[in-house]
Design a protein around this ligand. Structure first.
Ligand code: ADP
Ligand code: MG
Length: 392
């Protein structure tokens, strides 16, 4: 029985989406594992406690957190471990029988979307703690979540991506006219504007003219230090393909086609008609996407190549924009921790969410074992015996 730390929430605009992903995953986790919820609140404080496993309790977060234990991660540099230690003296028994000084996590499962979780930060903590964790490593997470870097890597791997112009906040403040001219030189209107490192369509807009472009850049730059501008792809369909595995040893899911045309908003993606939030599964979508086999095969090959190019691991979802008539497509982005871990794209091929999680944990274990084999410390002290040279 391994103790799986289910990390969710965090200081991210995609906080609520993460709460849903985590609840779906904790509910699906096989009874061979014990899930410990680790909730990172919007203010960055960490909590654990059984109440966090009940989704309905999130309707009143203050009341929920009053029933939880504030914890802090403790790393012991001499042994691979991550302990959740109570910030205040804990009530007896909150961590289970006999354990009053914290709970030790065997494997970390980041179920976080967006900043402070999907882009390599918490993965760095798990690396420092030397514990296995599911999903992509530090570099792949960081590259995938930076839309500009990701495109550079994908382009380098020969994958089709859109050209863009990036605008930095300071440059925008200093000389908006020059920034607008640079954007307008890219392509005729309409243009798309998006923050470089967000997700869930937050801060993304379509601009049909210069006035709208100005507003769109203002909005995007409130969410991020940089935004990027692309030519709007009109008359395309969006197709998503999840990939599961480790590096080149990976396989693709069925394809999904979100059915709403135009910009998919946060609400389109995550809220059902009744206004109730139910996660990615409730979104309007066609699964499998109604594409002919040859085009679908090319898209799946591109998704797999994108996963490999950014160095992803575990499950990632590659989103593409497809011109069905011309039979062409561009890769839009790679999501290293997709909503609901894309379980609904593997289920049609017979892989249950429980089996998907088992596979993610198995991959995490294999990657961890590989890392442990890598020589991390040189025993010989170069500085010993006065042998140090100062000329490099
Ligand atoms: N260049 C584009 N042309 C047309 N639609 C776009 C373009 N870029 C983004 N979109 C639309 O905006 C949505 C969100 O943009 P995306 O790049 O996927 O960012 P996010 O990381 O927020 O999901 C996409 O799902 C798509 O509907
Ligand atoms: Mg997207």
């Amino acid at each position: 029985m391994s103790v799986v730390g289910a990390f969710f929430g965090s200081r991210s605009v995609e906080h609520e989406v993460s709460v849903i992903t985590a609840h779906q995953a904790m509910a699906a986790l096989s009874p061979q594992h014990r899930a410990i919820p680790v909730y990172i609140a919007k203010d960055g404080r960490w909590y654990t406690g059984k109440a966090l496993t009940e989704l309905r309790r999130f309707a009143d977060v203050d009341a929920l957190l009053a029933d939880c234990v504030p914890v802090s991660p403790i790393i012991d540099p001499t042994t691979p471990s991550l302990t959740l230690a109570p910030v205040l003296p804990a009530r007896r028994g909150v961590f289970g029988r006999g354990a009053s000084d914290g709970v030790v996590i065997d494997v970390a499962m980041p179920l976080l979307h967006g900043r402070f979780g999907e882009e390599g930060t918490i993965q760095g903590l798990f690396e420092m703690a030397s514990i296995p964790y599911t999903g992509s490593g530090v570099t792949a997470s960081a590259v995938a979540m930076d839309k500009r870097l990701a495109k550079t890597v994908l382009r380098g791997a020969g994958l089709p991506v859109l050209d863009d112009v990036a605008i930095e906040r300071q440059r925008w403040r200093d000389d908006p006219e020059a920034a607008l001219r640079a954007a307008e030189a890219l392509a005729p209107y309409p243009l798309y504007v998006k923050p470089v490192t967000l997700g869930s369509s937050i801060g993304v807009s379509r601009a049909a003219d210069a006035g709208a472009l100005r507003d769109a850049v203002e909005v995007a730059l409130t969410y991020d230090e940089r935004c990027l501008i692309e030519a709007a792809q009109e008359g395309i369909v969006e197709i998503n393909c999840a990939v599961l595995g480790d590096g080149a040893d990976a396989r693709t899911s069925v394809l999904e086609q979100p059915t709403k045309t135009g910009l998919l908003s946060y609400d389109d993606k995550y809220r059902s008609k009744s206004g109730e939030s139910a996660g990615m599964k409730s979104t309007q979508r066609l699964i499998p996407a109604p594409l002919d086999d040859a085009l679908a095969a090319r898209i799946r090959a591109a998704a797999l190549a994108s996963f490999v190019a950014v160095g992803a691991s575990g499950v990632a979802r590659v989103d593409l924009m497809v011109d069905v008539e011309a039979q062409t497509f561009v890769v839009n982005e790679v999501n290293p921790i997709p909503g609901s871990l894309s379980f609904y794209l593997f289920e049609p091929a017979g892989l249950s969410f429980t089996a998907l999680l088992d596979e993610l944990l198995a991959i995490a274990g294999r990657r961890h074992a590989r890392r442990q084999q890598t020589t991390e410390v040189f025993d010989r002290w170069m500085l010993a015996g006065g042998g140090a040279k100062t000329d490099g």
